[in-house]
Design a binder for this molecule. Structure first.
Ligand SMILES: [Zn+2]
Length: 342
């Protein structure tokens, strides 16, 4: 297997020291990947800047221009959660472009799969505004790019971040060529993503939300993947799988109340890899979203790369959550019913 990663030092230039989404996240990840010997086993895909045209496939031109102006003016806060620094516009263009490069590498068969280690993250960003630490919606831009550049008809986005990817859902809510699947703590920020939100118009049925109660852990997430994601994906037959890889559902994460472990995350990654092998010649591209406990984040990403590289086991010194996890039977039943899954 050839696995690629995307990284660019410009991703560190978007930074706010007191904010949980700061440059130390990626610094720690890179340090761990190097020390654990992952970097030399993988191919570095060089990032590029996404063009304004490519960004415009998702975002309104006025919003793109405004973001640029704010950055050029020295930066500021977009809202209470979301900062913009003088280099944030540049970093955001390169984050989106880095993911596009990963899509190209996988689609052109240069590598088997990839994980883009980009910042700022993207899945909360809406067409006309920043939100929840996100400036441009990287995964949505990548899905639009893949549809157009490679003439695809079906792209599956799997969002396993702690939070609901409201921005991604919004972009593709009426779009049958992109199936958006999300697991997320609910009710929780940003408030969207009940199982009743299933798409609209031509996109009806192509949004699959699995809202999970606080305290869901390894067993619950795995059941949701096995009993909902797998049959949904088999029915959809995607030509490419993209994933919003958020590691803030780890039990040590300071922002969430979920109980996934490093090993649990690795099994979810393994499920995605198996699905991609079965359905789309292994074509799988993940992009980093959240994850705010630096140690857990680095280990989770290492474990994900382990799975992408085909290793048999992962290193999980943090172990399983110390609490007992909550059942998922009722949400599985509701989601199965609303999406007509046996
Ligand atoms: Zn998140």
């Amino acid at each position: 297997m050839t696995t690629a990663y995307v990284y660019d030092p410009l991703y560190l230039e978007h930074d706010q020291r007191q904010h949980p989404e700061n440059k130390r996240r990626l610094e720690q990840v890179l340090k761990h990947l190097k020390k654990a010997g992952f970097l030399k086993r993988m191919k570095l895909v060089k990032a590029r800047d996404a063009s304004v045209d490519e960004i415009s496939a998702v975002h309104h031109p006025g919003y793109i221009a405004r973001l640029r102006e704010i950055a050029e003016g020295g930066g500021g806060w977009w809202d209470a959660d979301t900062y913009i620094g003088s280099q944030s516009y540049a970093a955001a263009l390169r984050a989106a472009g880095g993911l596009l490069q990963a899509v190209d590498a996988v689609q052109n068969g240069k590598v088997d799969n990839a994980l883009a280690l980009v910042r700022p993250p993207g899945h909360h960003a809406l067409p006309d505004r920043a939100m929840g630490f996100c400036l441009f919606n990287n995964v949505a831009i990548a899905a639009r790019y893949a549809l157009q550049q490679y003439d695809l008809d079906r792209v599956l986005i799997v969002d396993f971040d702690l939070h609901h990817g409201n921005g991604t859902q919004d972009v593709f809510y009426e779009e049958p060529r992109v199936l958006y699947f999300s697991t997320h703590q609910y009710p929780y920020y940003p408030g969207t993503g009940p199982w009743q939100e299933t798409g609209r118009g031509a996109g009806q049925g192509y949004t699959v939300n699995v809202p999970l109660t606080a305290g869901t852990g390894d067993a619950g997430y795995q059941r949701v993947f096995d009993e909902i994601l797998v049959p949904v994906a088999q029915r959809y037959q995607p030509e490419l799988i993209l994933a919003s890889a958020g590691y803030d559902a780890h039990w040590m994460d300071p922002l969430g109340m979920m109980l996934l472990s490093v090993s649990g995350y690795a099994r979810l990654a393994r499920t995605l890899i198996t699905l991609a092998d079965e359905l789309c010649a292994g074509r799988l591209v993940l992009t980093l979203e959240g994850g705010y406990n630096l140690e857990a984040l680095a280990l989770c990403i290492g474990a994900t790369f382990s799975m992408l590289l085909g290793d048999d086991h992962v290193h999980d010194p943090l172990g399983p959550a110390p609490q007992e996890e909550q059942p998922v039977d009722s949400v599985i039943e509701s989601v199965k019913r609303v999406h007509s899954l046996a």
